[in-house]
Design a protein around this ligand. Structure first.
Ligand SMILES: N[C@@H](CCC(=O)N[C@@H](CS)C(=O)NCC(=O)O)C(=O)O
Length: 228
């Protein structure tokens, strides 16, 4: 069985998870791949103990172990799982432009959101409310409003052919489901971005979302596959 190494914690204000670890959970859930979670303490991300760097040289999460074979980096893990478990397909098979489009949007969401603006908002949530850096959070929100929300609204407007960002649900929707999760906690006003608001709601209605929802406790999330 695949072992997913990630970080998740229950707090009084919701269950918080590694955003990149959530990407891997979504792919595992969408492909109905049995897995179990090895939940690392958040301190491991700073301390980077040797048992972690032995598997991921940068000491980051997520990484997976598949029958003893280690794969790190959420994007590479997604592609590995796509190669290994082709159904349901999350990257189009034949059309080079369709494949590039999925990968571009996945890359955009990763760089602009998961590495760019979301940590400014998300990291403070791991502390108690009065210890959060409000200015940092506002900077992240401003970044979303200035660049990322308008771009996603535009993409959804230009390509209205399907329910998801590239038509059918694909690897490009995976990091955007993580955006849906963070925004469920942070609750921005999305009135100016109606297509994006509707799209994020659609992502939250997918069964795979339960595994990353801030309302799903850590203990409940790991048994989701068994319940299917
Ligand atoms: N490119 C990596 C990024 C992973 C990443 O930055 N993970 C965060 C947690 S969401 C982490 O481990 N941070 C600790 C660090 O940057 O040292 C991926 O896609 O897996």
């Amino acid at each position: 069985m695949i072992v997913l190494f990630t970080t998740e914690r229950d707090y009084p204000w919701g269950t918080l998870r590694s955003t990149h670890g959530c990407k891997t959970k979504i792919v595992l859930e969408e492909k109905r791949i049995p897995y179990r979670i090895e939940n690392l303490p958040p301190g491991h991300l700073w301390k980077k103990p040797p048992e972690m760097t032995a598997r991921h040289p940068l000491g980051k999460v997520p990484y997976i172990e598949d029958d003893g074979f280690v794969v790190y980096d959420s994007t590479v893990i997604g592609e590995y799982l796509e190669d290994r478990y082709s159904w349901p397909r999350l990257i189009p098979r034949d059309d080079p432009q369709a494949r590039a489009r999925v990968r571009m949007l996945e890359q955009f969401a990763d760089e602009a959101l998961l590495v760019g603006n979301l940590p400014l908002i998300w990291m403070p949530y791991w502390s108690e409310p009065d210890k959060r850096d409000k200015a940092r959070m506002e900077k992240g929100r401003e970044g979303l409003r200035a660049r990322d929300f308008p771009y996603l609204e535009q993409v959804l407007k230009e390509h209205p052919e399907g329910e998801y960002i590239c038509g059918d649900f694909s690897m490009a929707d995976v990091p955007l489901m993580v955006l849906a999760m963070v925004l469920e906690v942070d609750q921005p006003d999305l009135q100016a971005y109606p297509r994006l608001a509707e799209y994020l709601e659609r992502l939250r209605r997918r069964p795979s979302y339960r595994a990353i929802s801030p309302r799903t406790r850590v203990a409940d999330a790991v048994s989701l596959m068994a319940a299917l």
